[in-house]
Design a protein. Structure first.
Length: 98
């Protein structure tokens, strides 16, 4: 495991807050988390951005820029399902027990 990786370490699953901005005048915030899931053969690492406005509305966004190219529709959907499942494991492991 990379020694530079910091944050909640749940074994194979980690979430690290890598960026945070708060605007006190507008009362909105932006948090960027790096989520990491280590499988048996692969490591999935994606950024999750969460924005909140002054009304408390929550807007999450996940960056899928590195999604594999050249897959059939079926392969792409199954890959997406796998990635979303792995991300949900990281999120649950890091926020359920806090």
């Amino acid at each position: 495991m990379n020694n530079a990786w910091r944050g909640n370490n749940k074994g194979r699953h980690q979430a690290v807050l890598i960026e945070y901005h708060f605007n006190p005048k507008e009362k909105n915030s932006k948090s960027v988390y790096q989520l990491r899931h280590s499988g048996q053969k692969t490591v999935l690492e994606l950024n999750l951005t969460v924005e909140r406005n002054n009304y408390g509305e929550f807007k999450p966004n996940i960056d899928f820029d590195d999604f594999p190219k050249g897959l059939s529709d079926r392969e792409a959907m199954l890959k997406l399902a796998d990635w979303l499942h792995r991300l949900s494991v990281v999120i649950e492991d890091n926020w359920v027990t806090q």
